[in-house]
Design a protein around this ligand. Structure first.
Ligand SMILES: Cc1ncc(COP(=O)(O)O)c(C=O)c1O
Length: 418
């Protein structure tokens, strides 16, 4: 059987798919279960699980809602009531001038990015290539294989500054950020997966100004950001103008199994996304919107984010950093990215004698699973950039005791890498 070149690209496997297989196989192997500090699954927060239980019971009690959830196709754009309510929430919380015409539902953020990247990137009518630019590498691995045409992504390395002993931060290198006429959109995750960076308001404003100047969209991935789930430990003001496209997912709010996200964008883009949804999927699943709809309507979605989800992850982040202080040898020149949001610690081992891949293998042998950092550096092919082989992503979403045990072993292994 012969697959097309596009078919081969989409089905040929990706680095992260192999890695996920590796993690899955490690899990199913006999022996003690590994400490899973690799995946991006959100934590199971008891208070949120109570909310899901309540919502499901309410849906079962209301025959009309049950029928709408299970037995009716929504329009491709999503449930009109939920979209109205989200627009009202954004007007009320942030003063954004948005209405239902600005919103389209997608089956998770991942699909939203697939639509958006291929809406703007790729071969244009004049034969030139439109590219998606990531102004701050490293970026979310899930973007890496989403382009339908080769060479659609381009990326900018960060400025790296040492902020205090054993800590660093990435900033956008505006001096070298110079998107040409080939750049069709800018995209950032905020907070960033993998680094836990939160692009400061001042940098986001500069990016927005750049996008406006070039008349291209600035796509902002709020998978961990505001208004939900709000896993942001410092200050980060959401912005809106006629150039911004936000993707807001229910996954890290606690509902990854419902595959639901919202694109909030200028009407032309929201309309295009809902048309792409109709072609590829007919309609969205209704479950996530049914569960979250009333929480959006009465504002509980932002209150739960502020009062339950954010404090929960902040406590877990603090517990993980305490374990680092306790177990990491001070003489090793390790450095963590300042942890400003999301579920991860991003460890940089500058000048390490072992690559992140080798350290990943050593850790796997000891029953600790993390993610080697090289997968998060795409759109920049320079093999000589050593930083890309010196980082590891460690999730702190698992049980505190597992995170602590894993960090102890990581501390022992990094001492052997110098
Ligand atoms: C930064 C980022 N964006 C998007 C996604 C996609 O999430 P979903 O498709 O579940 O909304 C993830 C998932 O981990 C993520 O970390």
């Amino acid at each position: 059987m012969k697959f097309s070149s596009l078919g081969q690209r989409l089905s040929g496997g990706s680095g992260i798919e192999h890695l996920m297989d590796d993690l899955g196989n490690a899990l199913s192997a006999t022996g003690p279960s590994p400490l899973m500090l690799g995946g991006g699954n959100p934590a199971h927060i008891p208070e949120m699980e109570r909310v899901w239980g309540e919502r499901l019971r309410d849906i079962l009690k209301e025959p009309a809602t049950l029928r709408r959830t299970l037995a009716i196709y929504d329009p491709p754009r999503g449930n009109a009531r939920v979209i109205e309510d989200l627009a009202a929430l954004l007007r009320q919380e942030y003063g954004w001038q948005v209405g239902p015409e600005n919103i389209a539902v997608t089956p998770g953020g991942q699909t939203a990015f697939y639509f958006l990247f291929n809406l703007f990137g790729g071969r244009r009518a004049d034969g030139s290539m439109g590219r998606i630019m990531f102004p701050l590498m490293p970026e979310y691995i899930g973007y890496a294989n989403q382009c339908l045409e080769e060479g659609m992504f381009t990326a900018q390395r960060p400025r790296i500054s040492r902020t205090r002993p054993h800590r660093f931060k990435y900033n956008i290198d505006f001096e070298n950020l110079n998107p040409g006429s080939d750049v069709a959109a800018l995209c950032v995750s905020r907070p960033t997966n993998p680094s836990g960076n939160v692009i400061p308001d001042s940098e986001l404003q500069r990016l927005a100004a750049l996008a406006k100047d070039r008349q291209i969209p600035l796509i902002i991935d709020n998978a961990y950001g505001w208004p939900f789930p709000g896993i942001v430990f410092g200050e980060a003001t959401p912005i809106w103008n006629e150039q911004t496209v936000h993707v807001m997912s229910l996954s890290k709010f606690g509902l990854p199994g419902t595959r639901t996200a919202f694109v909030v964008a200028p009407p032309e883009i929201a309309k295009a996304v809902s048309s792409m949804m109709a072609v590829t999927g007919l309609a969205n699943g209704n479950f996530g919107q049914s569960i979250a709809g009333p929480l959006i309507a009465d504002g509980r979605i932002t209150r739960l984010s502020r009062e339950v989800i954010r404090p929960y992850y902040l406590q877990k982040r603090n517990a993980a950093m305490e374990a680092v202080e306790e177990f990491f040898p001070d003489h090793v020149p390790y450095a963590f990215h300042e942890s400003e949001g999301a579920l991860f610690l991003w460890l940089w081992l500058e000048g390490s004698l072992k690559s992140s891949r080798q350290i990943y293998d050593d850790l796997k042998k000891r029953g600790v699973l993390v993610v080697p950092g090289e997968y998060f550096f795409f759109g920049d092919d320079d093999p000589d950039w050593k930083h890309r082989h010196e980082c590891l992503r460690i999730s702190f979403a698992m049980a505190d005791a597992d995170v602590r045990a894993g960090i102890k072993i990581i501390g022992e292994e990094i001492a052997k890498a110098y």
